[in-house]
Write a protein that binds this ligand. Structure first.
Ligand code: 5RP
Length: 234
């Protein structure tokens, strides 16, 4: 579920800055979202200058943007290693744990981020929070047959699941894997995110959560006129 804050300038600065961490010849995981779109634009510029970069896209839309920017895309099915992955986030805490999946692409995004030697988050400063899951719902991807079971089990874990609805189509969002997204809200912040992640993934048919715990080595946080580089707090 996307927040409608249009911090375009901050996103642009963060997205462009991420290209400074790319070296000629690298194979890069490319995330999804409006901040990543600026990263793709900048990569395209470097390719036109003669750089040899290849990308692994985390969604169909990212693949299209890469194609239009001239970035050669590899088939992630054949990959198990990337030099770097760059992606947006919906919430980032001081340890650089993140919630992702506002674009319903978090399953593939997690696969791609996990292949990379370094994973960098890019976001505007509205995404910084002191603790996850209080302002933005936690998305999980669920196969259709498991929908009602997953809703029941999520309630028993203290969460309130809500089927994500499409904006310009009647009915639910269907992911690129053919599944539903449940957005989970919590009355009180979950104390142990690792445990929550494990409990959610034990639900049969729940494919992946939007919790990205301990995955990012850096976050590039854009404001109107600058970008701050954050490292995880111990
Ligand atoms: C998609 C994501 C996005 O990276 C996240 O929603 C941030 O998007 P944006 O840069 O448009 O704010 O997780 O699944």
């Amino acid at each position: 579920m996307k927040s409608v804050s249009a911090n375009t300038q901050s996103k642009k600065l963060a997205g462009r800055k991420a290209a400074d961490f790319v070296e000629d010849g690298m194979q890069i995981g490319i995330g999804t979202g409006s901040t990543v779109a600026f990263f793709i634009e900048e990569l395209g510029r470097r390719i036109r200058q003669g750089w040899q970069i290849r990308g692994a896209a985390t969604s169909c839309y990212t693949r299209l943007l890469c194609h239009r920017s001239g970035i050669p895309i590899m088939d992630s099915m054949t990959l198990d290693h990337l030099d770097l992955a760059v992606d947006g986030a919906d919430e980032i805490d001081p340890s650089l744990n993140a919630i992702k999946g506002g674009g319903a692409a978090h399953t593939c995004e997690k696969v791609i981020a996990s292949m990379a030697d370094e994973f960098i988050l890019i976001a505007d400063e509205s995404k910084l929070v002191s603790g996850l899951c209080m302002h933005h719902p936690l998305p999980v991807e669920v196969i259709p047959a498991a929908l009602s079971l997953a809703e029941k089990r999520i309630r028993s874990l203290g969460g309130t699941p809500c089927i994500r609805r499409a904006v310009c189509k009647d009915g639910p969002v269907i992911t690129e894997n053919g599944n539903f997204i449940l957005d989970i809200t919590f009355q009180t912040a979950p104390e142990d995110l690792e445990l929550l992640d494990i409990q959610l993934k034990k639900i049969p048919g729940l494919l992946e959560t939007g919790l990205f715990l301990g995955m990012a080595q850096k976050a590039l946080i854009g404001s109107v006129d600058s970008v701050h580089i954050l490292l995880p707090e111990a």
